[in-house]
Design a protein around this ligand. Structure first.
Ligand code: DP6
Length: 422
């Protein structure tokens, strides 16, 4: 048996997995261990070209224990969530053979073989952009490929769910629903794709990464406190979300932007309201977040119909979804007017991702930002104040595809000789 023979081979797989932003939020568990939610949720997968995790996983008879390196640093794999994912994957591993390299691994060998996992985000982890969702989904997806797990993506989503709830929605591109399920063992708490990323490709997404010095409450402990202390969350999970899920599915199917925007904004606001209804109250948004909401609300009102939807997760960053490219350029102009960069900033690192939005907005250097005029609805409200430096940077992106295997060996993060990070 190959796994015992002291052979030197290292077998590896590399995959790339997107992050996602919920437009109907998951907040609250009915089972902490299995990570089972108290309501369904719906998300948009973000283009992995701008925000994603790349993970390489390897197996070798010479590895002595399971190890993981995240963004260049080795971290412990002993946490219950990692262990649950590894156990679930190992129990579903199947026989593998590479005749050319003389590698043969049987289903039973996988129980004893140890793995190395090396993972990088293509965006700063500190920005608080759902890195755990992309990270855990990528870990599960790449290990499933390595171990020749034959289950479909919805079964893999149920494994990723046990790493981090929101991770289960990163197994698909486009628009994704996490069905809460009814079973106690979690077998029906899975993610399904509602529509792929091509279904509604007019949408353009701008993320404002908001400067913040405050240490935020983690989602895991925040939602635990909410479930224990908030009366509002019960009403939300039982009465509000089920209705919104249906309406949101319909809005996505019909590409009905006004309904999509109304539902996404209302749901983000209610999520932050249940955070305030928690004891002690949780504040994820800050003054900058509130100013961004006002800017969008005033503009939408001025136009008489929604141009842009906003949504905020467990932090102050704004995710702004505009109905089309033209609207996205107008949005970017408004954002840059209100939140110009520090005078010594570099425009190239102030607006990242899909730079064509910046170009279409007619902004080629910092002087163009200074020359921007206030938009009509801002002038009307005498709100021409500018908040320099309150946004760290903007990311322009769009709905994107699901996980993929990167077949090109040169993209592997693992040295094929040593099995260690490159
Ligand atoms: C506000 O998935 O990070 O982003 O399941 O405890 O790991 P755990 O929590 P996590 O919570 C995400 C909460 C949210 C809303 C959402 O993504 O639906």
């Amino acid at each position: 048996m190959a796994a015992e023979s002291g052979e030197k081979w290292v077998l590896s797989v590399t995959a790339q997995t997107p992050t996602n932003i919920a437009v109907i939020k998951y907040w609250g568990k009915r089972d902490e261990e299995l990570i089972l939610p108290i309501n369904d949720s719906i998300s948009v997968t973000l283009d992995p070209g701008h925000l994603c995790t790349t993970t390489s996983v390897a197996v070798s008879p010479s590895f002595t224990h399971d190890r993981i390196w995240l963004n260049g640093k080795e971290v412990s794999l002993s946490g219950g969530r990692f262990q649950n994912c590894l156990r679930e994957l190992r129990s579903r591993a199947t026989d593998f053979e590479d005749e050319k390299r003389g590698i043969k691994i049987t289903k039973k060998d996988w129980e004893k073989l140890r793995v190395h996992i090396v993972s990088y985000n293509n965006f700063p982890t500190a920005a608080g952009l759902a890195s755990s969702a992309a990270g855990l989904a990528c870990l599960v997806f790449s290990l499933a490929k390595l171990m020749n797990v034959k289950e479909d993506y919805s079964k893999l989503s149920a494994i990723a769910r046990q790493g981090s709830g929101s991770a289960c929605r990163s197994l698909y591109g486009g628009f994704v629903k996490w069905i809460m399920g009814k079973e106690d063992n979690g077998s029906d708490s899975i993610a399904v794709q509602l529509a792929d990323e091509k279904h509604w490709d007019d949408l353009v997404i701008i993320i404002a990464v908001v400067s913040s010095k405050q240490k935020e409450t983690s989602s895991t402990s925040g939602m635990r406190d909410t479930v224990e202390t908030s009366a509002l969350i019960k009403h939300r999970a039982k009465e509000v979300v089920p209705k919104r899920i249906k309406e949101m599915e319909e809005a996505i199917a019909k590409r009905d932007f006004p309904s999509f925007a109304r539902l996404a904004c209302a749901d983000s606001n209610q999520f932050h309201a249940v955070c305030l209804d928690t004891l002690p109250p949780i504040f994820y948004m800050n003054d900058t977040s509130h100013r961004i909401i006002s800017c969008v609300e005033k503009w939408n009102r001025h136009e008489g119909s929604p141009q842009v939807a906003y949504t905020f997760d467990a932090g102050p960053n704004a995710v702004l979804i505009s109905k089309d490219r033209k609207t996205a350029t107008l949005l970017l102009q408004r954002l840059l007017f209100q939140f110009p960069p520090q005078s010594d900033a570099d425009l190239n690192s102030y607006v990242i991702g899909d730079k064509t939005v910046l170009k279409d907005a007619g902004i080629e250097d910092l002087k163009d930002i200074e020359a921007l005029a206030p938009s009509p609805e801002i002038k009307e409200n005498a709100l021409t104040q500018r908040y320099r430096g309150d946004v760290s940077y903007f990311i322009c992106t769009r709905p994107g595809r699901g996980p993929v295997v990167l077949a090109d060996e040169s993209q592997s993060l693992i040295n094929p000789e040593t099995g260690l990070p490159k």
